[in-house]
Write a protein that binds this ligand. Sequence first.
Ligand SMILES: [Fe+2]
Length: 229
Amino acid sequence: MSSHHPSPANNDPAPAREATGGAVLEVPASAAVSMQTVTSLCTMGAAFSGPTDGVLLQRALPSFVTDALLKMALDRSMSQRLWLPANGAGEGMLGLFQAWGQEIGPAERWLAEDVHALAQKVAKLLDTDKIILRVEIVDDNACRKFHRDAIRARLICTYAGPGTEYGVAEFGQDPDIVEQAGTGCPIILKGKAWPIQGDPLLAHRSPPVEGTGTKRLVVVIDEASPAFQ
Ligand SMILES: [Fe+2]
């Protein structure tokens, strides 16, 4: 199919866009590419390869998974950091559930398979076969300052509780417009060590939850640096 170029030639000579009195949002080009949203895991890679600072996979967790996570007794002592071959992430998750002594039925396997798929995605995008899988139970305000990570890229998925907040900001400043990844929606963010582009415009932070009783279950997947291989 040939590409379709919007043609300025029409029957209305009036400058319609200017006439809307500001109703047309003027999104800076940089903001337009700061976070791309996709709706399937298999398109995350293509989006990430483009001139974007991050990609968000818009999706909803199956209700049986959400329900099972709600019933889980989450405690920050359960947080773990595992160095794994990328194709061992699912097994790693299953091992964690065992270590935690938590039986959450079919949701356990769903989560293990999901983390496995996300780890494979990270491994492919960063061309690595070893990953660091961090599973964190967060109930405080750690990482509450907006920042960019000093790595090439990172995947974050909040399976329970509020997701990562993000927005375009000058260095050292908070974004004017803050958006938030939905629960269960993975994001991949380019960090300061990402080659080619300059520093990302997109900053992010963990949502502050201290004192609210909210507990977040957050999975972070990084490439394992050569020092750990
Ligand atoms: Fe971060």
